[in-house]
Design a protein around this ligand. Structure first.
Ligand SMILES: [Zn+2]
Ligand SMILES: [Zn+2]
Length: 141
């Protein structure tokens, strides 16, 4: 088990959350998979180990991780939200063929946020920027 997973589990325990084997597995899967999975992908990956687990269980746990600030939800309008266990500032490159998301670390463009504030009078709290392309796996076919 990685330190990150252990730290996250400790944080949950501190918040009085019971660590069930399913909860543990969902969190580990999220933290170790680099592809920003959907709830359905998590469900399908863990279903062989937890045949009695439902998609609703996965959703409920994700919601709990979101509320605890341990996970970020990347919404795409429909039901295909993806989940990111890295809540630090970073950008994403998205494969337009398979939907996979990779992290891309780049200095946060906070200057642009200030410009947006100046030009609109809004208080800007954040931004989201994504890059689109085709991943290596998809390009190979
Ligand atoms: Zn792809
Ligand atoms: Zn990410």
């Amino acid at each position: 088990m990685t330190t990150r997973v252990q730290n996250a589990l400790d944080q949950l325990k501190t918040n009085g959350v019971r660590i069930t084997p399913q909860r543990h597995a969902i969190l580990t899967y999220l933290m170790e998979s680099m592809g920003h999975p959907t709830a359905d992908e998590i469900y399908r990956a863990l279903e062989p180990r937890f045949p009695s687990m439902s998609v609703a269980t996965v959703y409920n746990n994700l919601k709990m991780f979101l509320e605890a600030g341990m996970v970020r939800e990347l919404t795409y309008g429909d039901n295909s939200s993806r989940f990111d266990a890295d809540v630090s500032d970073h950008y994403h490159v998205i494969c337009q063929s398979c939907g996979k998301i990779r992290d891309f670390n780049y200095e946060p463009l906070t200057e642009v946020e200030r410009k947006a504030e100046q030009s609109t009078g809004f208080r800007v709290f954040g931004h989201r920027m994504e890059f689109y392309g085709v991943c290596n796996d998809c390009r190979g076919h």
